[in-house]
Design a protein around this ligand. Structure first.
Ligand code: SF4
Length: 367
């Protein structure tokens, strides 16, 4: 995620501190490689003597995915939350629980998602509480309630509205299964920008996505002076995997093969290193511990997509999750996953980095 200069510096100091002084209890592996219960895909062996990258033994959170509720006014085709959490869809976190999770986790970036967070009554106070804690906040929304609730937020350099748009009008309304949503989201973007807020967009790329339309969408959004765009491939995890819209790793690499032209033309919030990973120009291991999720059932492990446990505390999530047993080659549910919540931390932390990467990341962060 691209951040303002002051937040970039704070983030740099935070990463350096955790890399130099990693919390020992977060680095232990509760399922050693000689576990009698391996979950490797059938027939696959780990490379003998292979050593993990040193940053994989310096685990700490970068981005907290905070889900105060799972209720939503839409039923989007690719959404796993309204399916996985169907039984608790009316449950909400208390404001105090949300703020306690922010304090407990200490990640410098908080992505408030859901459900639709603008349906959460104390959302204005939640954002204000996170700003007071010096967090950088992305409020991930379908945009339909921005106009109605805009007065509850004050513009701040640490706060972004992050509006989900999967294409131009016809495509987006099809993806969210309701006519008129695109126009309401655009009205929300327009109102937020007019009120002095920072706004970025978030686009999920599905099997049917035409990347030329994504380019046309970003071109269309220029007129509103949008502050950046995020991209991530859809992934068919357990709650939604029976659907035909998700991509294999090969599909993703094909979709993103010309992603460089988007970086040349538009302000991308996705890191250039993650973009290289998406187009297949480099490999990286998953670092899902960098992107923990907290919701009405607790700390969701191991990641935003797969649920093997809900832990009562962040401490338990970090120290009890067998992190080494996840990721490509370790768990067949991860085989085609390239989603940002598993791999953006790897890019940001320089896992499998090359000589020129730091310079590229610095240039990207500061321009
Ligand atoms: S690769 Fe990582 S982020 Fe993706 S499903 Fe597996 S554990 Fe989750």
């Amino acid at each position: 995620m691209r951040l303002p200069l002051s937040s970039t510096l704070r983030m740099g100091a935070y990463v350096a501190k955790n890399a130099l002084f990693p919390r020992p209890e977060w680095q232990r592996d509760p399922s050693p490689r000689n576990s009698p219960f391996p979950i490797l895909p059938e027939g696959r062996q780990r490379a003998a003597g292979s050593q993990p990258h040193p940053m994989l033994r310096k685990r700490f959170p970068l981005v907290l995915m905070l889900e105060p509720l799972h209720a939503c006014n839409l039923t989007c085709t690719g959404c796993g939350r309204i399916r996985e959490y169907e039984d608790t869809i009316t449950t909400k976190l208390e404001l105090e629980q949300c703020l306690a999770a922010i304090d407990e986790c200490r990640a410098p970036v908080v992505s408030i998602c859901g459900g639709e967070p603008l349906m959460y009554k104390p959302i204005g106070r939640l954002v204000e509480g996170a700003i007071r804690r010096k967090r950088h906040i992305y409020l991930c929304t379908n945009g339909m309630f921005i106009e109605a609730r805009l007065h509850e937020f004050r513009p701040h350099k640490q706060f972004f509205f992050n509006v989900h748009l999967d294409g131009l009008r016809e495509t987006h309304d099809l993806a969210v299964e309701r006519d008129g949503v695109f126009d309401e989201a655009i009205a929300g973007i327009r109102a937020a920008k007019a009120a002095g807020h920072m706004v970025c967009t978030n686009t999920t790329v599905y099997r049917e996505t035409d990347m030329r339309e994504v380019e046309a969408l970003f071109e269309y959004l220029r007129q509103f002076d949008v502050d950046g765009h995020m991209l991530s491939p859809a992934y068919g995890y357990s709650a939604v995997q029976s659907r035909e819209i998700f991509l294999t790793r090969e599909d993703i690499q094909e979709k993103f093969k010309d992603v460089d032209s988007l970086f040349r033309r538009f302000r991308m919030n996705t890191t250039p290193i993650y973009a290289e990973f998406l187009k297949g120009a480099r490999d990286m291991p998953c670092t899902a511990w960098g992107n923990p999720t907290y919701n009405t059932r607790g700390w969701k492990g191991p990641c935003y997509l797969i649920t093997d446990a809900h832990w009562d505390s962040f401490e338990e999530l970090m120290s009890e999750t067998p992190w080494d047993r996840y990721g490509r080659g370790n768990d067949d549910r991860c085989e085609h996953c390239m989603v940002h919540c598993g791999y953006e931390p790897s890019a940001a932390l320089g896992v499998n980095s090359r000589l020129a990467d730091s310079l590229r990341m610095l240039r990207w962060a500061l321009t």
